[in-house]
Design a protein around this ligand. Structure first.
Ligand SMILES: [Zn+2]
Length: 108
């Protein structure tokens, strides 16, 4: 399964860490607001129709090309943790020999 997890590796960060949303649209439709978001990394779009009365959301996605992996009916589907494990391995390989320093945290 590991090989499947690295298909279209350019999406590894989004599959592992979730998308990085930026608001690109906001439009009112009576009692609801359509909020349109686009991922900064992969261009997947998300549309949230938000009820102003309840805050409830109807959500749909328009995924970037080849983002969605197709599986045969009898093929095991990976968990997000599977994607994360394989993605972090590739990041570690790319960073091998380099020290990655974390930014200092501000003290409270
Ligand atoms: Zn993304």
């Amino acid at each position: 399964m590991a090989k499947r997890l690295l298909e279209h590796e350019e999406y590894g960060e989004c599959r592992s860490l979730n998308h990085s949303w930026k608001r690109i649209g906001l439009e009112r439709y009576g009692p609801e607001v359509l909020l349109v978001l686009r991922c900064r990394a992969c261009s997947t779009e998300r549309e949230d129709m938000v009820s102003l009365a309840t805050g409830d959301v109807e959500r749909r996605y328009r995924y970037a090309k080849d983002y969605v992996l197709k599986f045969a009916p009898n093929e095991a589907r990976p968990y997000r943790s599977d994607f994360r494990r394989e993605w972090i391995r590739t990041v570690l390989e790319e960073a091998s020999g380099h020290v990655i320093r974390l930014p200092k945290r501000r003290s409270a």
